[in-house]
Design a protein around this ligand. Sequence first.
Ligand code: G6P
Length: 618
Amino acid sequence: MCGIVGAYVASGDVVPGLVQGLSVLEYRGYDSAGIAAVIDGELRVRKRRGRLSNLEEALEDGGLSGGLAGIGHTRWATHGVPSDVNSHPHQGASGRVAVVHNGIIENYALLKRELLEGGESFLSETDTEVLARLIDQTWAEEGTDQAALMRAMRRALGRVSGYYAIAVLATTDDGTCLLAMRQGPPLVVGTTEDGGFLSSDVLGLVPHTRQVVYLEDGDLAQLEPGRLTVTDAAGDVVERPSREVEWDPSDSGRGGYPHYMLKEIHEQPDVIERTCIDRIDLASGDVRFEGGAFDDAFCNSIERIQILGCGTALHAGQIARYLIEGLAGLPVEFDFASEFRYRSPRVAPGTVALAITQSGETADTLGATRLARELGARVASICNVAGSSQVRESEATILTHAGPEIGVASTKAFTAQLTAAVLLAVRIARSRGTMSEDEGRALLTELSELRPKVESLLTQESVARTRDAARTHAGARGFLFLGRGVNFPVALEGALKLKEIAYVHAEGYAAGEMKHGPIALIDPGMAVLVVNAEGPVAEKTRSNIEQVKARGGVTVSVGSDGASHAIADSYVPVPRTSEWLSPILNTIPLQLISYHIAEIHGCDIDKPRNLAKSVTVE
Ligand code: G6P
């Protein structure tokens, strides 16, 4: 949700690197983009509403070329409509300070009133301009050099309530100054001999360096070529650990696919295998996580699990509930992280709060797990980003090895979360003795051999079948996705995908609940996708297909249950596997159907309207 970058290079031109950084962060918001750079001691800004390409056009005048230090921003609008003037960077009255910001300044209205009363004037409707003017004004009181600017930053931000990751570029009496400060949203920094770099996430840094430092809340960092200085909230200089990033710069490309989403869908065979293969111990029919995470002592101390997450990640959490309850016999609850925070949750002794999150930076998920910890829970997570806030705040983590996910609609991160959830459920079940060695071995063997089945869903022929289904139903007035048991959340996820990228109204429903309401919607204009795998609930779900047909509805059966295919109007077959693993397979054709419907409707698949991938504000 808003991406920020900054760089101070030893030679050359800083702008191309900033543009490149913004291009990989565009998934965080694409309402506008802007850059500030210091050229011949003067701070200059270019910013444009809309996609980064608009900014690139504006930069063609060369007015920002040749500078060594700069900051950039890609916006997901919170305060003020998307417009040139509301775009970041914002400047103070002196024209010597520019600010880019990811987050929300909650008391901006109060601060703005004070500044207005003091004679300041504002150009934009944003909370960020308040920050820029406040920092600038405070700097004028402190002095004119870099040390004064840093004191001013601390003082000004001490008056702010809210969440922010900011980068500040200033022309000071003693040179050019690039600063970054964090309170909430993520900020990573890195330095090489050639430059100092900052970014909202590691993807923005990997073209420059794989050694990155995650700033902590309250940190203020100064970046120069080859030099990083960090002071903590108390103002003391601190050494933050640097980590090696495994992701490759090429991971952030489209790899020849027309969209990131399609590329990421096709990466799933690798991702699922990477997430499970080294953790499966077939000899003992058990799972071994790195560093002994979720060992017997930890698993046996769990009395109850509270799953927390948002969006697609919470759907993975709902499936994890079926898995852990079904295999390990533990009570599991799940909640929207945003709701958990604002009800009065009761956290029983022995609770583990399990956060599921791709980014590890979702504000609500972080907030909910912090609350759970305050209420006595231990915190664990399933997360895709090593070094993220969620991982750092967890006692035990299962990293999903999905690699960077750029498409705003989550695909490979979801199936990686499902894979991790299977591993976790087996680990707890084996530790608590609710699953025998043979049972563990059987399920894990099936998981380790899932790859060809996943691949079979991505052959040209299989993809063509989903495209045909999309063509047949793209004109439907609405979509109902039905599933039962462990495949009920798959239906929720199928509907969410379609809403997100094709802007078609879709509802996911528990198949058994259909007759308690949604059945009234059934008519020939409504497409009903039924997810059904062989297993104990297959027959009941088949009855739901019959009920829809009896009312003139159009049914598509997705899954491995051949008997469902026989009665539905059309079907998309999925290979047979254990019912516990069926969500991983059943999800893939649903992703493809949504993708193709979005394509037919001419939607911007990787950048769906109004959405942002990493929701770092509430
Ligand atoms: C946003 C994204 C979703 C994602 C959710 C949670 O809404 O658009 O794709 O599932 O955030 O994100 P997280 O990073 O916590 O998994």
